[in-house]
Design a protein around this ligand. Structure first.
Ligand SMILES: Cc1cc2nc3c(=O)[nH]c(=O)nc-3n(C[C@H](O)[C@H](O)[C@H](O)COP(=O)(O)OP(=O)(O)OC[C@H]3O[C@@H](n4cnc5c(N)ncnc54)[C@H](O)[C@@H]3O)c2cc1C
Length: 397
């Protein structure tokens, strides 16, 4: 996978969904060395300053993407009714006159065919499904793209330092540079820098170090200087939000579904991808057990992406680099989110908790509109008008 060298955060909702699909998977990841820590204990820099340190009830597991994948793959492989063909590249999808699917794939220097009743496209951002559907004469699905031109650069390090919460500095339209330092398995750490547009980080090691040095100083960033890099800097720039509206296609073919990034890929800085895929897995399981039609199942799978899509695109449309301007409704919701975020960064633990729980998809966005949040924002506005608000200085953690 092209993104496997990049830092991956497993959101709380994703952890719960994976646990439901594969009971005990969290314990397996821990046994494989993935450290745990509480989200509220990790210094977090948002658009308006540092979030208060506290207990948000979000227990995170930090693992590299390959470890998460290896653990899940192992569980799937152990299922007695599952057979896997490895090192295969699907190159075509056709339908026989009796309506069955014919999947053709390259495998060991030969092209082979597989007949199927149900085909699920989970081939990620590079999915060729739009081309195959066109060849089958299926009406084209509307595709929406919002690209803020975010780029990642990541390097692995070894360290004798005990696993700790690291640091997360989020990018925002007002500060389009971010970074993440976090422990993973095997006593290693992943260090990621994120930039936007012409400021997207490259492979150059000195430029990587300079990008880190330009961030607000923290003890976690200081500690990186003592760590030993393992391998080169890995970069990734395919981060656009891309959504194929397959659920709206009339005459959608029976026995064909799209899930994960092949259906809807969101900007990874919000950490939604694995969580969405896992929640869609749960929807798929329910739909298959209930014998639902393909079109209903595709609609229900697509619904899972609605909230992450809105959260990511409403933010990303605010960037100067974005391919699409912000819409009024999204701008208003985004503006309210900013107010609650500002409250959090001014030290309100309840506001920080709400922001984090909404971000981790364990609380609905309506939690940001609770009477407590509305009262908190109103009080902060009043104080600001009276000029009693003290300026926020970026706190050195
Ligand atoms: C830089 C970056 C950082 C990210 N960070 C996070 C994060 O912090 N948290 C998070 O939850 N998500 C993150 N994501 C998103 C996450 O990686 C994806 O959303 C998630 O992996 C989607 O799963 P998927 O199964 O749909 O696709 P993928 O995981 O991309 O898997 C697709 C698979 O299909 C295979 N494939 C493709 N074409 C074919 C073919 N023709 N034949 C056979 N096989 C094929 C590929 O080799 C791959 O194995 C990040 C993504 C990027 C790019």
């Amino acid at each position: 996978m092209p993104q496997s060298g990049q830092s991956h955060i497993l959101l709380m909702r994703g952890r719960l969904a994976l646990e439901e699909l594969f009971p005990g998977v969290g314990a397996e990841l821990s046994a494989a060395g993935a450290p745990h820590f509480q989200m509220g204990r990790m210094p977090l820099l948002g658009a308006d300053g540092w979030a208060p340190i506290g207990d948000y009830g979000l227990d995170l597991l930090c693992a590299s993407r390959p470890l998460i994948e290896h653990t899940i793959r192992h569980r799937v492989q152990a299922m007695p009714r599952v057979a896997m063909t490895t090192r295969a590249r699907v190159n075509g999808l056709t339908q026989t006159p009796d309506g069955a699917w014919q999947v053709s794939y390259d495998h060991a220097d030969a092209t082979e065919e597989l007949r199927a009743e149900l085909v699920i496209d989970a081939s990620g951002r590079s999915s060729r499904l739009p081309t195959w559907l066109a060849e089958l004469g299926v009406p084209e699905a509307k595709t929406v793209t919002v690209d803020a031109q975010v780029g990642y650069a990541t390097r692995r390090y070894t360290s004798t330092r005990a696993p700790g919460p690291g640091v997360l500095m989020m990018i925002s339209p007002t500060r389009p540079r971010g970074c993440m330092v976090g422990p993973i398995e095997d006593g290693q750490w992943l260090v990621t820098t994120v930039g936007v547009g012409a400021d997207r980080p490259g492979r150059d090691e000195d430029a990587f170090d300079q990008h880190l040095a330009s961030m607000p100083p923290t003890s976690a960033l200081e500690a990186v200087r003592e760590m030993t890099p393992v391998g080169e800097v890995a970069v990734h720039r395919q981060t656009a939000n891309v959504r194929h509206r397959y659920e709206d296609v009339r005459r959608w073919p029976q026995g064909l579904l799209a899930v994960g990034d092949s259906l809807c890929a969101v900007n990874p800085v919000y950490g939604h991808g694995i969580t969405v895929a896992a929640c869609q897995g749960l929807r798929l399981r329910t739909a298959l057990r209930a014998g639902r039609s393909t079109s209903t199942t595709q609609r229900q799978i697509a619904q899972v992406t609605n909230l992450p899509w809105t959260m990511a695109t409403s933010q990303d449309r605010m960037y100067a680099t974005s391919s699409e301007p912000a819409r009024l409704q999204e701008a208003l919701i985004g503006a309210w989110g900013d107010q609650v975020g500002r409250l959090a960064m001014r030290g309100s633990l309840p506001a920080a908790e709400v922001m984090q729980r909404v971000g981790h998809l364990v609380s609905p966005p309506t939690a940001m509109f609770s009477p407590r949040m509305v009262a908190g924002v109103a009080r902060a506005q009043l104080r600001r008008r009276r000029g009693t608000t003290r300026g926020i200085a970026a706190r050195v953690v």
